[in-house]
Ligand binder design. Structure first.
Ligand code: PLP
Length: 444
């Protein structure tokens, strides 16, 4: 396929938009250090260029006879093909859809599979709430548990797949947003497929960091977010085996999703139109496709840099007194690290990194409450206390951690600055020693 995007130059690691932002830190202007890529990345220069080049042509999709509308429609359909190929699927067998984010994509597929309360979905304790709550809403979930290191093995998944009743779906994250841990996706997907179980992967963290080959891995559905891979214009990816969308009502109903409508009957369009009601966010879609092409071009160079970031994080965090990492600290991981510091509330560490050092990180539970409960080794009664505190808005009592996360565009020097900042913060903590480390924050 010929590319409509001028993205090859991004392979040179252009700085992200805003990489040189300066903020006031203790009265002094400093470069803002963004170590929150697992939440959202800034836009890449290549993505912004693609959007700017497209904007004069921006028009309605599939509804106008004019040249602009035809060009816009062509770009939209081409982007569909781009994202399908980006994740190693074949446009003849898989369709690309553009939800707002991973959450919407997973809600959409959980609805579209037509699950009932008798259906079982196997999922894991690692999941972000986005890959748990949609399944809990439509079916019964069977959860593969993790150990204190926050990992599970293939045998545990196989055991859950072999339990009766036989599940319909296996829904797993390709990588944890808390610890950066990656399960053996190839092995667990193969085990599910051998048993005729559909494989749905939450790729929100995996896709921005690693090439994903849906065909080779045997994945039926993959969802991920544009805003976590340098395309912050509101469109994301959902790639689905076309057979799963052949029948049934769409998630969103309205214009564009139908062949014919009367007050008595609706004849739904074929997918993708059936699953694309309303006017789409074509600017976001152009950005998403540009980001996909950039990531493909970045390939091995990105990987090399990210592996250096993982090692730099390990080295820096190991030198911070009283710091305890959550999750595995060896093996293949993404450049993401969650930790607590003895005697310091997680919210306070994050606030001080921001106020005193101009470093942006996240603190709290990272929308993965069951996983955090396991990583902290909470007992059932402690989990109950957590819920009781949440019910009465006692955010200060909720457990949590600090998370730092990098993208392929994070300079290595920023990790060194983080280490210095954490050492400075811990050096001044005498007054708070003795407070429980994991609590006192405000994260969700
Ligand atoms: C693993 C994982 N899944 C799902 C999501 C939800 O993504 P979004 O907020 O873009 O819907 C996130 C967001 O952090 C995530 O890290």
């Amino acid at each position: 396929m010929t590319s409509l995007f001028r993205t090859g130059d991004l392979a040179q690691l252009d700085p992200l938009i805003g990489a040189d932002l300066r903020i006031s830190v203790g009265g002094e202007q400093r470069r803002y250090i963004d170590l929150d890529a697992a939440a959202t990345t800034s836009a890449s220069a290549g993505v912004v260029r693609a959007v700017q080049e497209f904007l004069p042509w921006y028009s309605s999709v599939h509804r106008g006879a004019g040249a602009k509308s035809q060009y816009t429609s062509a770009r939209y359909e081409q982007a569909r093909e781009t994202i399908v190929r980006f994740v190693g699927a074949d446009p003849a067998t898989h369709v690309g859809l553009f939800p707002r984010n991973t959450t919407e994509g997973l809600n959409q597929i959980a609805f579209r599979l037509g699950l009932t309360r008798d259906d079982i979905v196997v999922t894991t304790a690692v999941e972000h709430h986005a890959n748990l709550l949609p399944w809990q809403r439509h079916a019964q979930v069977r959860v593969v548990d993790v150990d204190r290191s926050g990992t599970y093995d293939v045998a545990a998944v196989v055991a859950a797949l072999d339990e009766r009743p036989t599940p319909r779906v296996l829904a797993v994250s390709g990588a944890s947003n808390v610890t950066g841990w990656m399960p053996d996706l190839a092995a667990i997907a193969a085990a599910a497929r051998d048993r005729g179980v559909l494989v749905v992967v939450d790729g929100a963290q995996l896709v921005p960091h690693r090439p994903v080959d849906m065909a080779a891995l045997g994945i039926d559905v993959l969802a991920w977010s544009g805003h976590k891979m340098f395309a912050p214009f509101g469109a994301s990816g959902l790639v689905v085996d076309r057979r799963l969308l052949a029948d049934g009502e769409p998630f969103l109903v309205g214009g564009g999703a139908v062949k014919a409508v009367s007050h008595e009957e609706v004849i739904w369009a074929d997918t993708p139109d059936r699953d694309d009601a309303g006017t789409p966010n074509v600017v976001g879609v152009v950005a998403l496709a540009a980001a996909a092409e950039e990531l493909l071009a970045g390939g091995a160079r990105n990987r090399l840099h990210e592996d250096l970031l993982v090692r730099a994080l390990d080295d820096e965090l190991a030198t911070v007194p009283g710091l305890r990492r959550l999750g595995p600290t060896s093996g293949d991981r993404l450049p993401v690290a969650a930790f607590v510091i003895h005697g310091m509330p997680h919210g306070e560490v994050a606030d001080r990194l921001s106020r005193e050092h101009g470093i942006g990180v996240r603190s709290g539970c990272f929308c993965a409450h069951p996983y955090l409960s396991r990583l902290f080794g909470l007992t059932p009664s402690e989990v109950q206390q957590f819920h009781d505190d949440a019910r009465v808005n006692r955010a200060d009592r909720l457990p949590g951690a600090v998370r730092v996360s990098c993208s392929s565009a994070t300079p290595l020097a920023d990790v060194a600055t983080l280490g210095e900042a954490l050492r400075a913060i811990t050096a001044s903590r005498g007054d708070v020693l003795g407070r429980p480390a994991a609590t006192a924050g405000r994260g969700r």
